[in-house]
Design a protein around this ligand. Structure first.
Ligand code: EPU
Length: 420
C-alpha cells in the first residue's frame, strides 16, 4: 500500500499537460471489440482502469501491443465471447461497456455486476432497458448480468434519466444492429462525442452525438486499420484549473479543449479567479482568496459532479458561506469529513453541503473515499500548512496519470511512499 506525503503552503506555478480522457478511454477500449481486426489508439491515459481493461480484453483473446507509453495497437480478430473474467469485471464500473460491445459483436455477453468508486446506489436499469428495447433478453442474478440476442434490431429508446454509461452502452449495442436506433434524452458529455467519433472513424454511422438525440444507423461491419487519438481529459484539466485557484497560483494547462470547461471557467471568474483561453490550452491564475459561490452539479454542459470535490476544496477556503448541491451521486460528500479534519467547516446532509469558508487549512492524515475525492485531498494538502498524508491512493491511480509528477512539476512537495 502506498500513500502521498505532501508538505503544503505551495502556490502552484508552471505548465501541465493533460492526458487522454479516462471516461472516453474506458469506453473506446471495449468499442474495439466491434472491429474484427487491428486498430491503433493514441493518447490513451496510462492509468490503472485502462490497464485492467486491457487485461480483460486480452483474456477475451485480443492482442495488445503497447507501442509507446500512451499508444496501443489492438488486434480483435479472434475474440472468445464466453470468457469474460467475472472477478475482474466486478472490480470497476466501466466493465458494463462489455455488455453492449459483446452483445453487438457476439450476440451474447455475461459480466460481473460492475463495482467502482463508492458513490452511492449505481443502478443500470437504463442500460438494461436499452438492450431489451433492441431485442435482448437480459438476466441479473448471482452477481452477474447476462444479455443475449442473435439479431439486435434498431428501435427508438427514450432514456428516463440522462446517463453517460447507458447512452454509450446503447450506442455500442446498436452500431452493428439491423436498422436505425434513436436515443432520446441522451447524455452529451465530450466523451460520448469521442466514442462516437472513434466508432465513426472505423466506419460506424452515428449522428447527433453531443446533442440529446443520437441516431445510429446500423452497419454490417467496421473497418480495420484505423488510428484514433483519445480526447483530452476535461476532468483532469478542471482539476488543475481549480488547483490554480485554490493555491493562488498560475498554471498553463496544455492539451485541453477550453469549450469543454466553460462551466468551470464561468465559476472561476465568478469567485474572483482569472482564466485565459489560449486555444488548445488554458491559463488560470489567482492572487486572492476566492469568493463564496453556489454550485449545482448537473449533466454536461452543467457543472460536472466529477469536479465537485475539487471545487469543494476551493470553497472551503472562500470568503463567505457557499453551498453545493450534488444532483448526480448520493454519496459524493464523504470527502467533506476529511477536509473538516484539516480545519474546514463543512456541513453535509443529503444532497447539500454548506461550506463556511475558513482562511486556511492545516495538514492531517486523510483518506481518499473515491477517485475525485482523492484528487481534492491532494489539492487540500498542497494549500494547507504543515504535512498531509493521503491514504487509499489506489483510487487516485485509477483515473489520474502520474498525478504526483504533474503536481511536482508545478512546485508541489509531494512524494509517493510505501505505508509502513
Ligand atoms: N442512473 C440510473 N440508472 C442507470 C444509469 C444511471 O438511475 O441505468 C443514474 C445514476 O445513479 C446517477 C445518474 O443516473 O444518479 C447519472 O449516472 P451515469 O450513468 O451518467 O453515470 P456513469 O455512466 O455510471 C459516468 C462516469 C462517472 C461520472 C458520471 C456522471 C464513467 C466510467 N464514469 O458514470 O465518473 O461521475 O458518468 O458524469 O464514465 C469518475 O470519473 O470519477 C466518475 C465517477
Amino acid at each position: 500500500m502506498e500513500k502521498f506525503v505532501i508538505k503544503g503552503n505551495t502556490r502552484l506555478k508552471g505548465e501541465v499537460t493533460i492526458s487522454g480522457a479516462k471516461n472516453a478511454a474506458v469506453a473506446i477500449l471495449p468499442a474495439t471489440l466491434l472491429i474484427k481486426g487491428v486498430c491503433r489508439i493514441d493518447n490513451l491515459p496510462n492509468i490503472s482502469d485502462v490497464r485492467i481493461f486491457c487485461e480483460i480484453l486480452e483474456e477475451l483473446g485480443a492482442k495488445i501491443d503497447w507501442i509507446k507509453e500512451n499508444s496501443i495497437k489492438i488486434d480483435t480478430t479472434n475474440i472468445d465471447c464466453t470468457s469474460v473474467p467475472i472477478e475482474m469485471t466486478s472490480k470497476f464500473r466501466a466493465s458494463y461497456y462489455l455488455l453492449g460491445a459483446l452483445l453487438g459483436r457476439c450476440g451474447s455477453a455475461e459480466v460481473g455486476i460492475p463495482g467502482g468508486c463508492n458513490l452511492g446506489a449505481r443502478p443500470i436499469d437504463q442500460h438494461i432497458k436499452g438492450f431489451e428495447a433492441l431485442g435482448a433478453k437480459v438476466d441479473v442474478g448471482q452477481g452477474k448480468i447476462s444479455a443475449k440476442c442473435k439479431n439486435l434490431k434498431g428501435t427508438s429508446i427514450y432514456m428516463d434519466i440522462v446517463s453517460v454509461g447507458a447512452t454509450i452502452n446503447i450506442i455500442l449495442a446498436s452500431v452493428l444492429a439491423d436498422g436505425t436506433t434513436t436515443i432520446d434524452n441522451a447524455a452529451k458529455e465530450p466523451h460520448i462525442v469521442d466514442v462516437a467519433n472513434f466508432l465513426n472513424s472505423m466506419g460506424a454511422d452515428i449522428r447527433g452525438a453531443g446533442t440529446d438525440v443520437i441516431k445510429i444507423n446500423g452497419v454490417k461491419e467496421l473497418n480495420t486499420s484505423g488510428t484514433y487519438s483519445v480526447v483530452p481529459d476535461q476532468i483532469e484539466a478542471g482539476t488543475f484549473m481549480l488547483a490554480a485557484v485554490a493555491s493562488r497560483g498560475d498554471i498553463i494547462i496544455k492539451n485541453c479543449i477550453p469549450e469543454h470547461l466553460d462551466c468551470v471557467t464561468a465559476k472561476i471568474l465568478e469567485i474572483g479567479g482569472n482564466v485565459e483561453d489560449l486555444g488548445d490550452s488554458i491559463r488560470v491564475w489567482s492572487n486572492k482568496r476566492p469568493q463564496k459561490a453556489t454550485i449545482k452539479t448537473l449533466p454536461y454542459p452543467g457543472f460536472p459532479t466529477d469536479l465537485q470535490p475539487q471545487m469543494g476544496v476551493v470553497l472551503s477556503i472562500a470568503d463567505g458561506t457557499s453551498i453545493i448541491n450534488e444532483s448526480i451521486w448520493e454519496s459524493r460528500f464523504q470527502y467533506t469529513n476529511e477536509l473538516n479534519k484539516m480545519g474546514a467547516t463543512i456541513t453535509a446532509q443529503g444532497k447539500t453541503a454548506v461550506f463556511e469558508g475558513v482562511k486556511s487549512l492545516s495538514g492531517s492524515p486523510v483518506y481518499a473515499t473515491d477517485l475525485r475525492a482523492g484528487a481534492a485531498l491532494i489539492m487540500a494538502g498542497i494549500i494547507a500548512s504543515g504535512e498531509t498524508h493521503v491514504y487509499n491512493i489506489e483510487y487516485i491511480d485509477r483515473g489520474y496519470e502520474q498525478i504526483e509528477q504533474k503536481f511536482r512539476n508545478l512546485g508541489a512537495n509531494i512524494e509517493r511512499v510505501s505505508e509502513e
